[in-house]
Design a protein around this ligand. Structure first.
Ligand SMILES: Cc1cc2nc3c(=O)[nH]c(=O)nc-3n(C[C@H](O)[C@H](O)[C@H](O)COP(=O)(O)OP(=O)(O)OC[C@H]3O[C@@H](n4cnc5c(N)ncnc54)[C@H](O)[C@@H]3O)c2cc1C
Length: 305
């Protein structure tokens, strides 16, 4: 491979990384695991940058931690945390099951060892597995901005950083710092599953993640978050299906079928040359919701109330 950049920087702080990015005025690119970026550079999908700014050595960005404050508990995952770190984390397996399940299926071990959750989100594909798992947890994203000689970091809804397939909303003076979400507690559960071609190596035909909270009486659902990808230009929250699920007095076969119909009606499915037809994806919404939703509810019931 011919080198397609002149400089490679390894900053140790967000400030250093953003200072470098601003110095290059748009001619530098952030790199984390490189599993998307290097392929994009090789294939010509990305303009060759003058410099790469590697964010994997930044303190705090490669950590997973629990924070407790007056507004309750948060799980915070740095943007440079790898899929392997997430998949192996015992607390996340318990309180963010849909995320560990979604990270566990990404590529093979070699990819998961280096591919980061920040890279998965920033690459902005509507079917990206880790992204779908995070969205079902109703995660927020931390966007760090270099402005007037200072770093400003702010939390915002995760969906707000997606602009379209392969496009995020970040400017050249911005980077992702991390993600945070509420851990699932008693009466809550989550699950993820996907349909993948046996010989497929990158993105699935369809992925679904869901997080539910049981209603007070334990029969219906007090909260339901359903995420499907690809079902639109950006990762897709099936809000109509969520509404059906939380309006019903109990979670049963009939409600599940109604939720599937609602999700199908709202999803904007496409035929993709190498993966699947629109009609096949339409069918698979049913298959995956019938797997994922009962599993999330079962986990919520098993978690105690
Ligand atoms: C063989 C193979 C199999 C794969 N299988 C799957 C799969 O099953 N499911 C799936 O979802 N993906 C899959 N992928 C895609 C890829 O591994 C993931 O999207 C991965 O999470 C990208 O992370 P990375 O750290 O490698 O990102 P990089 O390639 O380093 O970066 C990707 C993009 O994100 C930007 N970026 C990275 N970090 C930040 C940050 N902190 N702030 C702002 N921008 C940032 C970069 O500038 C670049 O534009 C596969 C890739 C390969 C090569």
């Amino acid at each position: 491979m011919t080198t397609r950049w002149k400089e490679y920087h390894l900053p140790e702080t967000v400030e250093e990384a953003l200072t470098l990015l601003s110095q290059y005025e748009g001619r530098a690119k952030i790199i984390a695991g490189g599993t998307d970026l290097i392929l994009d550079l090789e294939s010509g999908h990305e303009e060759p940058p003058e410099a790469l700014v590697d964010v994997t050595a930044i303190q705090g960005l490669n950590q997973i931690r629990q924070e407790s404050g007056p507004d309750g508990d948060w799980i915070v995952i740095g943007a440079s945390v790898t899929h392997y770190q997430i998949e192996q984390h015992p607390l996340l397996q318990e309180v963010a099951t849909c995320l560990t399940e979604s990270c566990r299926v990404v590529g093979g071990p070699q990819v998961r060892n280096v591919a980061t959750i920040g890279g998965n989100v920033a690459h902005a594909l509507p079917a990206a597995d880790g992204t779908i798992g995070l969205l079902a947890l109703d995660a927020q994203v931390q966007v760090c901005t270099w402005a007037e000689g200072q770093v400003h970091c702010a939390w915002q809804p995760l969906l707000s950083v997606f602009a379209g397939p392969g496009r995020n909303t970040l400017q050249s003076n911005q980077m992702l710092g991390g993600f945070r979400f509420r851990p699932t507690g008693p009466g809550e559960g989550s699950a993820f599953d996907r349909i993948m071609r046996p010989q497929g190596v990158a993105l699935p035909i369809l992925g679904v993640a869901a997080r539910v909270r049981l209603a007070e009486d334990g029969q219906g659902l007090g909260q339901a978050i359903v995420v499907i990808g690809p079902a639109g230009p950006i990762p897709f929250r099936a809000l109509e299906a969520e509404r059906v699920l939380t309006a019903a007095p109990r979670f049963d076969e009939e409600v599940l079928e109604e939720a599937i119909q609602a999700a199908r009606a709202q999803a904007k499915l496409r035929t993709s040359k190498h993966r699947a037809t629109k009609e096949y994806r339409h069918e698979m919404i049913g298959v995956l919701l019938r797997r994922v939703l009962p599993k999330a509810v079962e986990r919520a019931r098993a978690s105690g109330k």
